[in-house]
Design a protein around this ligand. Structure first.
Ligand code: PEP
Ligand code: MN
Length: 371
């Protein structure tokens, strides 16, 4: 059960203390307080965990400071959708809004290799009016001998260049808690020219200790990739781990499932789950066509599989597209074969726009027929 308190409730007030005294007296019920600080107001939510079926919604509603009570189902208590749930459906980060009705493309390098390639990528994005990108500094690789990313050494020039080209958010995977500190330090050192969305990769979806650490900080939003060999339910629970630790600025990423049923694609494309994740949770949904498809083959119609698949996800309501580009894919140190070329960026963005408009038209059509 969630008690949503009146906005700007003062935690030092007599009413609040009275409420907490009452709640702490409830048997077999744990109390967890969550505070969300917005630009204009702060919102406090109190999660009651345990035997809450014995509690009466009306009684709880009449407690001091309580504005609304939501009885949640067992699953996905924080990120899930619940009856009469009017909690915010979006979050803002560095001037950009992320929700189930917004749409952003994060095109960029799978892995940072050198400052020249980073600059060429960011300039191409700026020229196309883009304000988000992806840049890998820490790369989890199958072989211990493969390039693992430049790590903290590349962060200062990546952040400086992002600022120079007006990039507001960089999706960047981390694989260890020390990376979080390194990112924070490099942002401070460069004067916070940009923002970072921490990415948890598919190999770490169930790295619960990493999830807890990333979930405990509220400074950076998180893009959680679906685990490539586990059920959707297990991956959604991983997202709930982040939220239950305090950070609910979570985007859920679909990136294909590991099975040779998807051959000749690198992974089996799972974008049919875009509407499923939106129905089960309040998270914005990201699709990653690059790691799903993994190759640059085109259909006889002349359209790359990568673009067909992107369109499928966007037409199904995806809110974010994470996609690999590279100025010189043959020189890329990671995932060159799936990278799109900078000259393909305008084509890609225009194609995506067609799919987004088709999605919005389809929603309007559904609403018309529902009347
Ligand atoms: C990536 O986005 O660079 C990546 C490694 O993705 P995934 O974790 O989905 O394999
Ligand atoms: Mn990659």
């Amino acid at each position: 059960m969630i008690l949503i308190l009146s906005s700007n409730t003062d935690r030092n007030s007599a009413d609040y203390r009275q409420l907490m005294a009452y709640l702490s007296g409830l048997r077999d019920i744990a109390v967890r307080v969550h505070e969300e600080r917005g630009a204009e107001q702060s919102l406090t939510e109190i999660y009651l965990i345990g035997d809450t079926m014995s509690l009466d919604v009306k009684d709880m509603q009449s407690l001091p400071c309580v504005e609304r009570v939501v009885r949640v189902s067992e699953e996905f208590r924080i990120l899930g959708r619940h009856k009469d749930d009017l909690r915010p459906q979006h979050f803002d980060y560095n001037g950009i809004r992320f929700g189930q009705d917004t749409f952003h493309v994060f095109a960029g390098l799978c892995a940072v290799d050198n400052a020249g390639h980073v600059e060429a990528m960011l300039k191409a994005l700026r020229d196309q009016g883009q304000v988000c990108t992806r840049m890998g500094a820490y790369k989890p690789r199958t072989s211990p001998y493969a390039f693992q990313g430049h790590g903290k050494n590349c962060l200062p020039y990546v952040f400086d260049l992002a600022g120079k080209y007006g990039i507001k958010v960089i999706a960047m995977e981390i694989t260890h808690e020390s990376h979080l500190d390194e990112i924070r330090a490099a942002l401070q050192q460069t004067g916070n020219p940009t923002g970072v969305m921490l990415q948890i990769g598919t190999r770490n979806t169930q790295n619960f200790e990493l999830l807890k650490i990333v979930g405990r900080q509220k400074e950076f939003p998180v893009l959680l990739k679906r685990g490539f060999g586990i059920t959707l339910d297990e991956s959604l629970n991983a997202a709930e781990y982040l939220a239950s630790e305090g950070n609910r600025k979570v985007v859920f990423g679909l990136r294909g499932m590991k099975t040779n049923m998807g051959d000749p694609h690198r992974n089996f494309v799972d974008f049919a789950h875009v509407p499923v994740v939106k129905r089960l949770t309040r998270m914005p949904v990201c699709i990653d066509p690059s790691h799903s498809v993994g190759i640059r083959s085109a259909a006889p119609d002349g359209v790359l599989d990568l673009m067909h698949v992107t369109a499928q996800g966007v037409m199904a309501g995806a809110n974010m597209v994470l996609v690999d580009f590279h100025p010189a894919p043959l020189q890329a140190l990671v995932d060159g074969p799936q990278a799109l070329l900078l000259k393909e960026l305008p084509h890609f963005l225009e194609d995506v726009q067609i799919a987004r408009e088709a999605y919005l038209q389809r929603v309007a059509l559904a609403q018309r027929y529902a009347q």
